[in-house]
Design a protein around this ligand. Structure first.
Ligand SMILES: C[S@@+](CC[C@H](N)C(=O)[O-])C[C@H]1O[C@@H](n2cnc3c(N)ncnc32)[C@H](O)[C@@H]1O
Length: 226
């Protein structure tokens, strides 16, 4: 089984310090929602975000959207061999049912995640599709997975051929693999990744977007294990 955690994702409800900002009030009014019920989105809110702590990195639901579309449509997921977890900067954790079909339309996706933050659970008729648990730090999420190997992906990690790396894991009978990919647009993990992951690897000499890294992991895992 492969688990991919999109860690420290920049997915959050409007922070308290911005709910009274005129731009946010007017944006929320247009969407007929309360300001404290909308997602922070730098596409639309960057002017209001200029004095926000870490403002240049926050408010990126698009990264989670593209990651989920990539992972849920993968062969590994279709074969029932993938767990997908979204962890956010505020330690909110979203458990994603592999059968979830995420809408391709970005605005509808934002609406879905806003509903999730409000209700904490999204169900279809027969099953839970998305579940939000709050205040679960990344190390706790990982502990529960009982992994054989925990691998973090970083541009600054050890240069590694992913295909060869996974083949070595397979030879050592390591099957339950957890891969951690950052769900943020720039900068480093805030947590001490060395204390969480066995290896921190770079799969390409330049920075890649999170969903491209996820797709490399998914394809190489499929070729090696499935
Ligand atoms: C847009 S990057 C964030 C930039 C950041 N400098 C970094 O690599 O940590 C999003 C995530 O994709 C992964 N990533 C980006 N480039 C990578 C590379 N060359 N090798 C491995 N992982 C990479 C990392 O997990 C990273 O947190």
């Amino acid at each position: 089984m492969l688990t991919i955690i999109l860690a420290e994702s920049e997915l959050e409800i409007m922070p308290g310090e911005l709910v009274n900002h005129p731009l946010i009030v007017s944006f929320a009014h247009q969407r007929r929602k309360q300001p404290y019920r909308i997602l922070l989105d730098s596409n639309y809110h960057h002017v209001a975000m200029k004095d926000l702590v870490d403002g240049r990195r926050r408010g990126r639901p698009d990264i989670t959207h593209l990651f989920l579309l990539t992972a849920l449509e993968s062969i590994a997921n279709k074969k029932g061999q993938l767990k997908i977890i979204i962890h956010t900067r505020h330690d909110d954790v979203i458990y994603v049912n592999p059968e979830t079909r995420i809408m391709r339309n970005y605005d509808r996706f934002v609406g879905l995640i806003e509903q999730l933050f409000e209700k904490k659970i999204i169900r279809s008729q027969e099953q839970t599709l998305l579940e939000l648990k709050q205040k679960v730090p990344l190390n706790k999420v990982i502990e529960e997975l009982k992994a054989d190997k925990i691998i973090a992906f970083s541009e600054e990690g050890k240069a590694t051929n992913l295909n060869k790396y996974l083949n070595d894991l397979k030879k050592h009978k390591e099957k339950n693999i957890v891969c951690i990919v950052g769900g943020f647009p720039s900068g480093k993990f805030n947590c001490d990744m060395e204390s969480i992951a066995a290896d921190i690897i770079s799969i390409y000499p330049e920075m890649l977007v999170a969903w491209a890294v996820a797709s490399e992991i998914l394809v190489n895992y499929e070729i090696t294990y499935l």
